[in-house]
Design a protein around this ligand. Structure first.
Ligand code: X2X
Length: 340
C-alpha cells in the first residue's frame, strides 16, 4: 500500500540521516585556523591551501577559515599555542618562534647559525629531530600534521650595511618570540626590543626601531623597502619552519577517515607553502634578491670569513641555549645536519 511505501521511504531517510552525516552532525560549521600573516605571504598560502584541500576532499564536511594577523589571540602571536591547546583556537599554521614560549625545544631552529642551508633545515624537519618535536607538540595537546616554512631570517636596517658584528652596535632591533633572540642580538651589541608583528611595521615606519629580522618574502610582501629598511644582509642565521596543528579538542572529534584527509591535506599544503617560501631564494633562482636590489636596497652577502665572525660572537648564546633546549636534542640536530 501507499502507507507502507511511505513508511519504508521515511524509514530509509531516517537511516541515512543517522548513518552517514551522524559524524558531520558533531562537526562545527567552521574551524578557525590561526596564522600571523595572510596570503600572498607563503605562510598564508600554506594555510589557505590546507583549507581548500580539506573542503574539497571532505565534500564540505569540514570547513576551515583562515584568521591571519594572530587576530584570534588579539595579535599576541606568542600566545597562539596556549589558545590552540585549550581549544580556544581550533587549528593553526604556527611558527616555531611563536610557539617557543610554551615549548622550549622549539628554540632549536633559533640557535644562531645552526642551519647553513635548506638541506640542513630539511634534515631537521624530515628526520628524527622533527619526529621528536612533533611528539612534544602532541604531548602538549595539539596534533602536529606537517611542516611548512616562513624561511631563513635575514637582518635588515635603515642605517648602514651590516658586514661585521660591530655594524650592529647600538642598533635598535625589533625581535619576537623567546629571550633567545634578545640574547643573540645583545651578544652582537645591538639593542633588541620584543614586539609582535602587528607593532613591528609601525615601529619601523616611525623609526622607533632601526631594524628587524625576517624572511625576505616577508620583507618584500610587507614592502619594507618603502619604510626605510634599505640594508639587507643575507646571513641565514636562523630559520622558522611552520607547523600545521589541530587542537586535540577538535582532533578527537574527527572520524579516522577525516583525520587522514586533514593530515594529508596539510602535507600537500606544506609542500606548496615551502615551494613558495623558497621561490627566488635558491642557488639556481635568485630572483627575489634581484627584485630587492631593484628597489635600490643594498643587499650584503657575507663571505665565509665574515659569517664566521657572527658565529663566533654568538657562540656563548648557542652554548647557553643548548642547555635550555636539551643537549640531546641539539646533538641529534647537529648530527642530522652533518649527515645531510
Ligand atoms: O613576527 C614575525 O617576525 C613573523 C611574522 O615572522 C613571525 O610570526 C615569526
Amino acid at each position: 500500500s501507499i502507507r507502507t511505501l511511505l513508511g519504508a521511504a521515511a524509514g530509509a531517510a531516517l537511516a541515512v540521516t543517522l548513518a552517514a552525516p551522524a559524524q558531520a552532525a558533531d562537526y562545527k560549521d567552521e574551524y578557525k585556523v590561526s596564522t600571523v600573516v595572510p596570503a600572498p605571504f607563503p605562510w598564508g598560502i600554506a594555510a589557505e591551501e590546507w583549507a581548500k584541500l580539506v573542503a574539497e576532499r571532505t565534500d564540505g564536511r569540514i570547513t576551515m577559515k583562515v584568521y591571519p594577523g594572530a587576530q584570534l589571540v588579539a595579535g599576541e602571536q606568542t600566545k597562539e599555542f596556549t589558545a590552540l591547546r585549550r581549544g580556544a583556537i581550533d587549528m593553526a599554521v604556527g611558527s616555531t618562534i611563536n610557539w617557543s614560549p610554551q615549548m622550549v625545544e622549539m628554540n632549536l631552529f633559533a640557535l644562531p647559525f645552526l642551519m647553513p642551508d635548506y638541506a640542513a633545515l630539511d634534515a631537521l624537519t624530515g628526520g628524527p629531530v622533527g619526529e621528536r618535536l612533533f611528539e612534544i607538540v602532541r604531548e602538549n595537546g595539539v596534533e602536529p600534521l606537517a611542516w611548512a616554512e616562513n624561511g631563513f631570517r635575514e637582518v635588515t636596517n635603515s642605517k648602514h650595511p651590516i658586514e661585521t658584528p660591530a655594524d650592529l652596535d647600538g642598533l635598535k632591533m625589533r625581535v619576537v618570540g623567546s629571550p633567545l633572540f634578545q640574547d643573540t642580538f645583545t651578544a652582537l651589541g645591538a639593542n633588541p626590543v620584543q614586539m609582535s608583528w602587528a607593532d613591528a611595521k609601525p615601529a619601523l615606519t616611525t623609526g622607533a626601531v632601526d631594524g628587524q629580522e625576517n624572511p625576505l618574502t616577508i620583507y618584500t610582501i610587507a614592502k619594507m623597502h618603502e619604510i626605510g629598511q634599505s640594508y639587507v644582509t643575507t646571513w641565514h642565521y636562523v630559520a622558522d619552519p611552520l607547523i600545521f596543528g589541530v587542537s586535540h579538542k577538535v582532533w578527537e572529534t574527527f572520524t579516522p577517515e577525516d583525520k587522514e584527509i586533514v593530515r594529508q591535506a596539510a602535507i600537500d599544503a606544506g609542500a606548496v607553502g615551502i615551494a613558495a617560501a623558497r621561490k627566488g631564494l635558491t642557488d639556481d633562482d635568485t630572483a627575489l634578491i634581484e627584485e630587492i636590489e631593484g628597489y635600490g636596497v643594498t643587499v650584503t652577502d657575507l663571505t665565509e670569513a665574515q659569517r664566521q665572525a657572527f658565529v663566533d660572537a654568538t657562540r656563548e648564546v648557542y652554548d647557553a641555549w643548548t642547555d635550555k633546549i636539551g643537549a640531546d636534542l641539539v646533538e641529534m640536530a647537529e648530527e642530522s645536519i652533518a649527515n645531510r
